[in-house]
Design a protein around this ligand. Structure first.
Ligand code: NAX
Length: 327
């Protein structure tokens, strides 16, 4: 049987953590033959630490055959020791009335500390996924704080946007989600993301031709996907959790086990592809194989797409400029 791998999860007592940990432990992320050790991090505060113990009791009570170890931590330097996978879920999302500088300063602190800890103690091949918002910028901070690890090992979650776009296209075309191929989402995990179905196909036929409605694309589809998070909060009174956890599972599974040529979206540090400046943590269409992602190359960017990409890039560069002084 396989050697166990270490999976660190931060914000482990939160909503997303509760929807995520049981699926990792059951083998949905890394395969039904891959034993895992969970290294769970929460803030060093009594309430969350106590809640984390409760979640761990429930994990024990599932008697998952693949869960061969479990630890609770309050310090990233111990939580990330030798970790092969790190899902950084805990963060400080923007609250009503919070100044932008305040938000960036708090997350700057969290993600510089976590990046440094990964740099110091994680496996040299650690695969890092940042879920906590602002996800792209937090991933950028962590990457910049971990100079001894390959930059390509730091990623941000755009997969929820990708999955939301898939389901909107399925509803519009009346075709099953599973039949849609070659969707791309570009940019920041924010309402400015650009979900791009120009290359998408269903059973080989062009989705763009099937829909054939640029007004729907611009005025319905993009705003619906972009504002979906807000719509969930409005309906549920809480932010997306199970769907976010599901997207995190999809992202890590595909990165680790491959996509068989299928396109998926990951936020990854640019190497200049598609004119995005180097190191910007940008959503790109990728395929994965052998534990590595590769950007889908050679896509033509038309005027409307370029305008959308410029907008989401400008937002991201604004965020990243706002944290430069911390790095
Ligand atoms: P919760 O508030 O339920 O849980 C967050 C947990 O993180 C809390 O238990 C808190 O104690 C812990 N935490 C905070 N700072 C920490 C630190 N420095 N180290 C370890 N733990 C820490 O939030 P939840 O609903 O689980 O959402 C978590 C994050 O995901 C938020 O930032 C949220 O904005 C973000 N999201 C990102 C999405 C994406 O697509 N990238 C979508 C869903 C979600 O909104």
């Amino acid at each position: 049987s396989k050697k166990p791998v270490r999976v660190a999860v931060t914000g482990a007592a939160g909503q997303i953590g509760y929807a995520l940990l049981f699926r990792i432990a059951s083998g949905e992320m890394l395969g039904k033959d891959q034993p895992v050790i969970l290294q769970l991090l929460e803030v060093p505060v009594e309430g969350p630490q106590k809640a984390l113990k409760g979640v761990m009791m429930e994990l024990e009570d599932c008697a998952f055959p693949l869960l061969v170890g479990m630890e609770a931590h309050s310090d990233p330097m111990t939580a990330f020791k030798d970790t092969d996978y790190a899902l950084l879920v805990g963060s400080m999302p923007r609250k009503a009335g919070m100044e932008r500088a305040e938000l960036l300063a708090i997350n700057g602190q969290i993600f510089t500390a976590q990046g440094k800890a990964l740099n110091a103690v994680a496996s040299r091949n650690v695969k890092v996924l940042v879920v906590g918002n602002p996800a792209n910028t937090n991933a950028y901070i962590a990457m910049k704080s971990a100079p001894d690890l390959p930059a390509k090992n730091f990623t941000a979650m755009l997969r929820l946007d990708h999955n939301r776009a898939l389901s909107q296209i399925a509803a519009k075309t009346g075709k099953p989600v599973s039949s849609i191929e070659k969707l791309a989402v570009w940019g920041n995990h924010s309402p400015t993301m650009y979900a791009d179905y120009r290359y998408a196909t269903i059973d080989g036929a062009s989705v763009k031709d099937m829909i054939n409605d640029q007004v729907w694309n611009k005025d319905v589809f993009l705003p619906t996907v972009g504002k979906r998070g807000a719509a969930i909060i409005e309906a549920r009174g809480l932010s997306s959790a199970a769907s976010a956890a599901n997207a995190a599972i999809d992202h890590m599974r595909d990165w680790a086990l491959g996509t068989n040529g299928k396109w998926v979206t990951m936020g990854i540090p640019s190497n200049g592809e598609y004119g995005i400046p180097k190191e910007v943590m940008f959503g790109y269409p990728v395929t994965c194989e052998g534990g590595e992602y590769k950007i889908v190359a050679g896509l033509e960017i038309d005027a409307f797409s370029q305008e959308c990409i410029n907008k989401t890039l400008a937002e991201l560069q604004g965020e990243q400029d706002g944290v430069k002084h911390l790095l």
